[in-house]
Ligand binder design. Structure first.
Ligand code: ARG
Length: 568
């Protein structure tokens, strides 16, 4: 149910009827005293017409026909309209998300680790934020093409392959990629002859030498299987089929340059091929080039991203391309998008968006590192999360709060909570800012955390096992009666709207905030409205609302890529 657009339409129709111009600007109310939804657009509309906003708000209310939709409309503050929805109306909402009215072909570019090294915490954000948005888009009926733009090409591979050849091809040393990289780098720095061989190896590789390609493929496969293991553990939907790495654009790089030349966009500067566009000027107004080919003929990251757009728009026919990439690449994407537009690789019907994110920080407010100052391996981070979650559960058991669970169930639960906590801590923060990674906060049962939501979900489920009731026998729609029921039902009815917003803007924290609010409303309902001890209709109604809450919580957590436990 699209409540916001429905209310907006009605209010804007009232505006038109009164000869006013403007948007209704509807928002889910942030506090109960603001009703369920609040229209914020009256003030601007009144101002434009030179009229008193509160009087305008009253006239809008008089002109509005929201019979069967709202049960109360009131004016608040300088001219907000607070809307309280009618129980019969919200009862029609379904807990299963519906497809959007308009659907797109969306490329979601995420994860994209550099395969020369092992995945570290720096890859976490892109991987989990991108995966969440891909899931949300898919749920709303969009055609989603996941793209894992891995760094699998470039000069480092010359060094790594040369080192691999020295170590013997079937080298076990690749089991620890991080070590392997460090040793190779050491060798590279210490030995001129090794350096020279590494350089030759790059040239051979890039010119398509068959033997070199076999070695390269071996390395990539091992590195990729490291990543795949992590994806599985993290519950990420990426598969090997989603990989279109940098290397896959190699054959199209020359064509891309030729295309830019045909469009008259290339200028030679110090031997390099550059694109100069009006929008890229230094502070002094000097033109700043986007370099697409170096003077030695080598191509750049931007060249492969241009070739990449040719595939995504030309072959995949994407009409949205979303890049979940570190904020530090903002200029790169600005340039790539601008050159692509100037060259006709993209056009105004295609939406290209860099969805940036900030850095994960340690408690010292510096990028998250080990005590030795190395980047934290993702695998180690997840192991620690699970260990801590297990301790959390054991401590809780001492307090007698755990249901009777055996060791195997405890281990599964610790995995769910540990991984879920790490993901949720990240997803629940506004992605554009840096955030401090804090074990104690993320593994708390209080506040906007995974344990809190998982516990809320398990509570919706345990009611059924305690009451010996099969939730599937309950009616799908019920009309709420008491206020805590109604407030819960309103939140459930707002789920579709929320998902549309997340699909459009790409901020998972909005989904987290929604689920946290829903869980809070459920807690109030649970405390104020007895369920199993109620009679007949009341009991059925409350059980049905409980089931709906559980369904939305588990669906929402699933979209965040977080598993649930039936009891904890
Ligand atoms: N591999 C890149 C990196 O580690 C990220 C790729 C992002 N996607 C893209 N189309 N450039 O920085």
């Amino acid at each position: 149910m699209h409540i916001r657009s429905l209310l907006s339409e009605r209010i804007e129709a009232a505006f038109a009827h009164l000869g006013l111009e403007g948007q209704a600007l509807l928002q889910a109310a942030s506090r109960p005293e603001f009703g369920d939804y609040q229209a914020n657009g009256v003030m601007a509309a009144a101002k434009r017409a030179g009229q008193n906003p509160r009087e305008v708000a009253q006239r809008v209310i008089d002109a509005l026909d929201l019979t069967d939709i709202a049960e109360d409309l009131s004016i608040a503050g300088p001219g907000f309209i607070n809307i309280t929805l009618a129980p019969q109306f919200i009862a029609q909402a379904s807990t299963t998300p519906k497809h959007s009215a308009e659907t797109h072909c969306v490329v979601v570019d995420y994860s994209g680790p550099n395969l020369a090294k092992e995945m570290h915490v720096g890859h976490l954000r892109s991987t989990i934020i991108g995966d969440c948005i891909a899931r949300v888009l898919e749920t709303l009926g969009h055609k989603v093409i996941r793209q894992n733009h891995v760094g699998d090409w470039g000069t480092q591979f010359g060094m790594l392959l040369t080192f691999m050849a020295e170590q013997g091809a079937a080298s076990d040393s690749l089991a620890d990629l991080e070590n392997f990289y460090r040793e190779a780098k050491q060798r590279f720095d210490d030995d001129d002859d090794f350096q020279e061989r590494s350089r030759r190896a790059v040239v051979q590789l890039q010119s398509g030498d068959a033997d070199m390609l076999v070695q390269w493929q071996k390395f990539i496969d091992i590195s990729m299987s490291h990543c795949q293991g992590l994806y599985e553990r993290l519950g990420i939907d990426l598969t090997p089929a989603d990989i279109d790495g940098e290397s896959s654009y190699n054959d199209d790089l020359k064509n891309t340059i030729d295309h830019l030349a045909e469009q008259g966009l290339l200028t030679e500067s110090d031997g390099a091929q550059c694109v100069f566009l009006d929008e890229f000027k230094s502070k002094k107004g000097e033109p700043q080039p986007v370099i697409v080919q170096k003077s030695d003929g080598g191509y750049l990251y931007s060249t492969s991203d241009l070739a990449c757009l040719r595939r995504r728009i030309g072959d995949f026919k994407a009409d949205r391309v979303l890049y979940f990439v570190d904020a530090r690449q903002a200029l790169h994407f600005k340039q790539v998008f601008a050159v692509a537009a100037a060259a006709g690789i993209s056009n105004s019907a295609v939406e290209l968006v860099h969805m940036p994110f900030g850095t994960m920080l340690g408690k010292d407010n510096k990028p998250f590192k080990t005590r030795q100052g190395a980047l934290v391996k993702l695998a180690d981070l997840l192991d620690e999360a699970v260990k801590r979650a297990e301790q959390l559960l054991k401590d809780r058991d001492v307090q007698g709060k755990n249901p009777d669970i055996d060791d195997a169930e405890l281990a599964t639960l610790a995995e769910t909570i540990g991984i879920g906590a790490v993901k949720y801590a990240d997803l629940s923060k506004n992605r554009t800012s840096d955030y401090v990674f804090d074990w104690d906060q993320m593994l708390s049962f209080d506040g906007n955390t995974a344990p809190y939501l998982l516990y809320a979900y398990s509570r919706t489920r345990s009611i059924f096992s305690r009451g010996g009731i099969d939730p599937n026998t309950l009616p799908e729609t019920v009309v709420s009666v008491d206020e805590p029921e109604r407030r819960l039902a309103v939140a459930i009815a707002g789920y579709q709207d929320l998902l549309e917003l997340v699909a459009q803007e790409g901020y998972p924290h909005q989904l987290c905030a929604y689920l946290y609010d829903l869980a809070g409303r459920f807690t109030q309902f649970y405390e104020q409205c007895p369920i199993l001890s109620s009679e007949d209709d009341t009991k059925i109604r409350r059980l049905a609302l409980t089931k709906q809450t559980g369904d939305v919580l588990s669906n929402g957590l699933h979209l965040l890529g977080i598993g649930v436990a039936e009891r904890m």
